[in-house]
Design a binder for this molecule. Structure first.
Ligand SMILES: Nc1ncnc2c1ncn2[C@@H]1O[C@H](COP(=O)(O)OP(=O)(O)O)[C@@H](O)[C@H]1O
Ligand SMILES: [Mg+2]
Length: 333
């Protein structure tokens, strides 16, 4: 686990007119998924590459759990960091297993350990080892190549993942599947993830926190909900399309708007629900579902509220008022 802190970090490339990254200060808490969002050229990649020291800041510092990364031996630092880029970067002449094994081999793992790690990772990313282990990158779809790139980055179990528009070249449907996969992996593996995107919907779906950048600077660093409902300025407002309420609702997860219920109250809801089930069951919705679905369910059933479920356990209550509040907060006043 690693908390990453950027402390007044700037990078001015030699001969350029203004800094590519300009005085960025932020903390990425251990285990969180932060999406760096902004238009092309705003400094996202440059910010990311300073974390694994592909670039060095010209001012400021970056720390891992309080230690300046310049004090960590470069190979040690990079072992803690998985790096996934848009073009999967797989070696074309190596098969899937060999590609995934690159870092463990460098680290001198024994071959039996490498083999079992490769299989474990292939299961994890949904490519059955027997079918995929021996294939070459050219024998995989774009989405499968990105999965293998992800497995390779995870091979040595790094605590931090840097992902630079990893799904940028993937078709929309596959991209959604891969995003779901990232969310699942994140829940399971709890890595600290810095994920670069220029796609607002991707950012809203994935992020615990979104870092919005404009011309090298941090414009807003906040939850998806607040980015949509309380954009810091007109730039953010326009970037995320904060005027379109229906779209907003479809991008906001139920959990961002509901009232949470404590576990004890939750179990009594479950009880009431079970008793009522036959005649008058209260409609339910999954915590990760979106507010647009929630709204249509409320309107269709005519019930005052929905019980929010996480893995079949009630965790909250959602009413029309919750949704109305979310929607109206995003409107410019
Ligand atoms: N190696 C480099 N040398 C000089 N300028 C660069 C270099 N890499 C990026 N830049 C410039 O820094 C700015 C930010 O680039 P980048 O971080 O790649 O943006 P993004 O990833 O948000 O599209 C751009 O103006 C780009 O031209
Ligand atoms: Mg970039």
């Amino acid at each position: 686990m690693s908390t990453i802190r950027f402390d007044h970090v700037s990078l001015e490339f030699a001969g350029s007119l203004r800094p590519a990254v300009n005085d960025c200060t932020l903390e990425v808490e251990s285990g969180k998924l932060v999406v760096i969002l902004g238009p092309s050229g705003c400094g996202k990649t440059t910010l990311l590459k300073m974390v694994n020291r592909l670039h060095e800041p010209t001012a400021g510092k970056i720390t891992f759990d309080g230690t300046d990364i310049r004090q960590i031996e470069l190979t040690k630092l990079r072992q803690q960091i998985g790096y996934v880029i848009q073009q999967s970067g797989l070696f074309p002449h190596m098969n899937v297993a060999q590609n995934i094994a690159v870092v463990p081999k460098l680290l001198g793992w024994q071959s039996a350990k490498i083999q079992s790690r490769v299989d474990e990772l292939l299961y994890l990313i949904g490519l059955p080892p027997n079918e995929y282990r021996d294939r070459f990158p050219a024998q995989l779809s774009g989405g499968q190549q990105q999965r293998v790139g992800l497995a390779r980055a995870l091979a040595a179990d790094p605590s931090v993942m840097l992902m630079d528009e990893p799904f940028g070249a993937i078709d929309a449907i596959t991209r959604t599947t891969l995003q779901d996969e990232i969310l699942r992996l994140q829940r399971q593996l709890k890595k600290t993830i810095l994920f670069v995107s220029h796609d607002v919907e991707e950012a809203l779906r994935l992020a615990d926190l979104i870092l919005i950048m404009d011309r090298g600077q941090v414009v807003q660093y906040d939850t998806p909900f607040h980015i949509l409902t309380r954009p810091a300025n007109a730039f953010v407002h326009d970037l995320v399309g904060a005027d379109d309420i229906v779209r907003q609702l479809s991008l906001l997860r139920v959990e961002t708007a509901m009232t949470s219920v404590p576990p004890r109250a939750a179990s009594s809801i479950a009880l009431v629900q079970a008793q009522d089930y036959s005649l008058n069951a209260q409609p339910t919705i999954a915590v990760h579902d979106n507010l647009r679905h929630a709204l249509s369910l409320l309107l269709r059933t005519g019930k005052p509220s929905l019980t929010v479920l996480d893995n079949n356990t009630p965790v909250g209550v959602l009413t029309l008022e919750h949704i109305r509040r979310s929607a109206s907060m995003g409107m410019r006043t």
